[in-house]
Design a binder for this molecule. Structure first.
Ligand SMILES: [Fe+2]
Ligand SMILES: [Fe+2]
Length: 186
């Protein structure tokens, strides 16, 4: 397109890195406003964080990780990708609990904090360990980037359609949140 074959905007690693940075910004925003914000503002921000992480995890799991498995042969890379897959499962557990909790839950802020720390840890491993290996492999970063961008757009469209058909801000009936878990912990 316009002769810019190496345009960063369609490089797989740049696309994933931009996602990481965007979520990091949202976590920082939550940290800034959490003490003054009302519950609906907090839930709105957390909703954006969870949606962004869910789409990001899906494009990695369906496109990027399989492509990395094909491009990276050695045992160490396989271990890294296995760990990343397990970390995604943990992330989804934390996200599910947070999405089910009302912002009035006494453990809500702690839940967001734990999610942000876990995401930071996971992102650090991807950017510092996995990405350099991928960069020096023969993965076609532009072609994979193109697939990531298309899938991402598709999932985001589907997500906003799903939200549009629900009554806004309503919690699912399984909204156990954290309180019940913390009461039962004693
Ligand atoms: Fe990931
Ligand atoms: Fe990632």
């Amino acid at each position: 397109m316009f002769g810019m074959a190496n345009d960063d905007s369609t490089n797989a690693l740049e696309i994933l890195k931009r996602d990481h940075d965007a979520v990091d910004k949202l976590f920082a925003e939550y940290e800034d406003v959490k003490d003054g914000a009302d519950d609906s503002e907090k839930e709105n921000l957390v909703g954006q964080i969870c949606d962004a992480l869910t789409v990001h995890a899906q494009i990695e799991e369906t496109i990027f990780y399989p492509a990395a498995r094909r491009a990276l042969q050695e045992e160490e890379s396989k271990d890294l990708l296995d760990e990343a897959a397990v970390e995604h499962q943990t992330l989804k557990d934390i996200i599910g609990r947070l999405e089910a909790a009302p912002a009035g839950d006494p453990l809500y802020d702690a839940g967001v904090k734990v999610l942000s720390e876990y995401v930071k840890h996971h992102v650090r491993e991807e950017e510092n360990e996995l990405f350099p290996k991928v960069r020096s492999s023969d993965m076609d970063l532009q072609a994979i980037g193109q697939q990531l961008a298309e899938r991402k757009e598709q999932l985001e469209r589907r997500g906003s359609q799903a939200r549009g058909s629900n009554s806004r801000g309503e919690k699912p009936s399984r909204a156990a949140g954290y309180s019940r878990a913390s009461r039962n912990a004693h």
